[in-house]
Write a protein that binds this ligand. Structure first.
Ligand SMILES: Cc1ncc(COP(=O)(O)O)c(C=O)c1O
Length: 410
């Protein structure tokens, strides 16, 4: 069955994804089933979207109820859900206003436009430069691609936005050198996800905050991947003590229905102005209703604490593997967001794990990335890691060196 479906995909879908040779049909909690009835443990949650797993009863009930009432209405008309969700997100984050859009890239576009208009209001057209990080990932649209610090994504599509300056993560001196009175924003992923799960240091974030304040630039945190509970707290920025002017959220927010959010502080509430920005499908009643339900389930089912417990278990297991094999360079991460950097390509491990019933993911060619549903239990961590352990035992010989591999992160 899968073979026929895959053949049809190959004939009709433009091949931009390096797909795996399976066809997924349905999900249940932290498991996914393919069309041939095989079961897989989901350790990647649809690239971080399926935070509450698959078919969560409350999400399903909210979806069905809202679908029957109203899926979409022009954003020029009010409906009960975007306002409620915005209020809730502001209460959680301390921000003051929200603009809803569909995917992460679209929210990044909004943030860049906001930065440009804010810069123009403060310093004229010359205050247009954007500072971003090498190794970052912000999306595939032109603006978001222009601030993504990885040439492999943008090289064929240039030129991108003018005035983008890149700096290495944690290069405090480098950051000081590129930020100037022409800077309208500094854009940071507090944990670089697609870049290989790399955590920005507190010193770097503090410097970015200080430089933004000095130069009247906006500090934008892209928490599309690392926010909304992924790290075992609502937002990545909470532990650094550094607050952004603009916060971008996405991935799990709409429970699988496209929804992203651009959150701003009080002073930026009116920066866009009426009719200067918009999104036909941004913040539909259905998506926002699911956003409300997602936040409620997270709160009422104590999901953040569960992320911390399962995350600790995952860290222990990954560190144990790191000690066993020379091919593991380092384990990085927090909560339920981990990267295991290898000296060798990681894709063969992902493919082998899939054959054995575990869905993993790799980034940067050599980093295994773990982004499971936030409801993954400790027993399920073991279920997944037992398989990875068996895969690694078949691919590598036990370590001969005694080199220490330290886990980075809180
Ligand atoms: C940090 C970050 N920003 C932006 C994006 C782009 O989001 P989307 O693919 O929903 O457009 C992603 C997607 O992986 C991301 O991880």
């Amino acid at each position: 069955m899968a073979r026929e479906l895959l053949r049809r995909d190959d004939q009709h879908l433009i091949p931009v994804y390096a797909r795996y040779p399976v066809v997924m049909e349905r999900g249940e909690g932290c498991h996914v089933f393919d069309v041939d009835g095989r079961r897989y443990l989901d350790m990647m949650a649809g690239l971080g979207v399926n935070a509450l797993g698959h078919g969560h009863p409350r999400m399903m009930a909210a979806m069905i109820d809202q679908a029957a009432k109203m899926v979409h209405v022009s954003p020029q008309y009010s409906n009960p859900w975007p306002g409620k969700l915005a209020e809730q997100l502001c209460a959680l984050s301390g921000m003051a206003g929200v603009f809803f859009s569909t995917g992460g890239s679209e929210a990044v576009e909004g943030a860049l436009k906001l930065a440009r208009t804010h810069g123009r209001q403060r310093g004229g057209a010359q205050k247009h430069e954007l500072v971003a990080l090498r190794g970052s990932y912000h999306g595939r649209t032109f603006g978001s691609l222009s601030v993504t610090g990885q040439d492999k994504y943008s090289i064929d599509f240039g030129p991108g936005l003018p005035g983008v300056r890149f700096v290495d993560r944690d290069d405090v001196a480098g950051l000081r050198a590129v930020v100037s009175e022409r800077t309208c924003a500094i854009l940071i992923e507090p944990v670089l996800g697609e870049g290989g799960v790399k955590i920005c240091s507190r010193e770097f974030l503090e410097t970015a905050r200080a430089l933004s304040d000095e130069q009247g630039a906006l500090l934008i945190f892209d928490e599309i991947q690392c926010g909304l509970g992924r790290l075992g707290r609502w937002f990545a920025f909470e532990t650094s003590g550094v607050r952004p002017d603009v916060l971008i959220l996405g991935k799990p927010l709409g429970g699988g229905i496209p929804l992203s959010a651009l959150l701003v502080t009080e002073s930026l509430f009116h920066s866009f102005g009426v009719a200067k920005h918009g999104s036909t499908l941004g913040g539909t009643p259905l998506a926002c209703r699911l956003g409300m339900e997602f936040l409620a389930v997270m709160e009422e089912e104590g999901v953040l604490a569960r992320v911390q417990a399962s995350g600790e278990r995952m860290r222990e297991r990954l560190e144990a593997l790191a000690k066993q094999y020379d091919e593991v360079v380092e384990v990085r991460g927090e909560g339920l967001m981990f990267g295991m950097e290898m000296t060798v390509p990681a894709r063969p491990l992902v493919e082998d794990a899939l054959r054995r019933g575990v869905m993993l993911n790799c980034v940067q060619g050599n980093v295994l990335r773990f982004l499971p549903p936030l409801i993954l239990t400790e027993a399920q961590v073991d279920e997944g890691l037992d398989v990875l352990e068996a895969v690694m035992a078949d691919h590598f010989s036990p370590a001969v060196s005694t080199r220490t591999k330290i886990a980075v992160g809180a």
